[in-house]
Design a protein around this ligand. Structure first.
Ligand code: RB5
Length: 145
């Protein structure tokens, strides 16, 4: 189960991504927004990320205009490692090296084709562990400073 959320800047891309997830028979819960009316991205990020932390959803896909604001908000939540990506390599390596559990994209930055390529590799790439685990542990330690 994936968690999806967007602000108005990411709404259209979220809707495009949902069509692909439906085709792939990948289950998701859509935490909104459900229109192009203006909303604040931290309000959208929080419930989707909470669902990841609660174990209700495995990962989250978040969308705003740039992908940046919603990633900043998501990364304030303990246990969330959100990566704002606009290229395939980063979407792949943030799984391999950072064990990212949230992928953020900008609806005003990337088209649906690239977004879907990034989501596909993000969902199907496992964390490498090893030397990267100690770095994840240090990120976690920063949450408790
Ligand atoms: C909303 O206009 C816009 O600021 C937001 O979608 C996002 O790009 C912020 O980082």
């Amino acid at each position: 189960m994936l968690a999806l959320a967007a602000d108005h800047g990411g709404y259209a891309l979220k809707e495009e991504v949902k069509k692909w997830l439906d085709e792939q028979k990948i289950a998701y819960k859509d935490f909104g927004t459900h229109s192009t009316a203006s909303v604040d991205y931290p309000d959208m990020a929080a419930p989707a990320c909470d669902a990841v932390i609660a174990g209700e959803c495995e990962k989250a896909l978040l969308f705003c205009g740039t992908g940046i604001g919603i990633s900043m908000a998501a990364n304030k939540i303990k246990g969330i490692r959100a990566a704002c990506c606009s290229d395939y390599f980063s979407a792949k390596y943030t799984r391999l090296h950072n064990n990212a559990n949230v992928l953020c994209m900008g609806g005003r930055v990337v088209g649906a084709g690239l977004a879907i390529e990034m989501i596909d590799v993000f969902l199907h790439t496992d964390f490498e562990g090893g030397r990267h685990q100690q770095r994840i542990d240090k990120i976690t330690a920063l949450e408790n400073r």
